[in-house]
Design a protein around this ligand. Structure first.
Ligand code: FAD
Length: 92
């Protein structure tokens, strides 16, 4: 989970730095959005597993975080569309 958080933070800050220095950052934007959404979902799955049955129950709000995380793979360009953008930017 720590690796996912730190790699996400690094990609986000790197994207922010790049966007301040050049115009075309489509590839970095798509990779960053895809990576952060994937990491958020996987961290929430781990959090539920750590909490066991309590993590699954609505009263403890951990499952709510997972639903919020899954939304990030849909809004502002789905993960599939991010992959399409990455492939296109790589000339595939
Ligand atoms: C929590 C949340 C908040 C949102 N907030 C907003 C908002 O503020 N403003 C707004 O306008 N919209 C918002 N949306 C809507 C969101 O942008 C759309 O749900 C999203 O763009 C996907 O469109 P769709 O639901 O029509 O799915 P579809 O376009 O029908 O896609 C269904 C599935 O097919 C995949 N798919 C579609 N086309 C391709 C393709 N060419 N290649 C590969 N896979 C493909 C998608 O990735 C997805 O997995 C929000 C959605 C959620 C879940």
């Amino acid at each position: 989970m720590k690796v996912r958080v730190e790699s996400s933070r690094h990609m986000l800050y790197h994207y922010g730095w790049l966007s301040g220095h050049r115009k075309a950052v489509y590839l970095e934007a798509a990779m960053t959005k895809l990576h952060i959404a994937d990491c958020w979902v996987k961290c929430c799955e781990d959090a539920i597993q750590i909490h066991g049955g309590y993590g699954y129950m609505t009263e403890y709000e951990v499952e709510r975080e997972l639903r919020d995380a899954i939304g990030s793979k849909l809004y502002s360009g789905t993960s599939e569309i991010q992959r399409n953008i990455i492939a296109a930017m790589l000339g595939l």
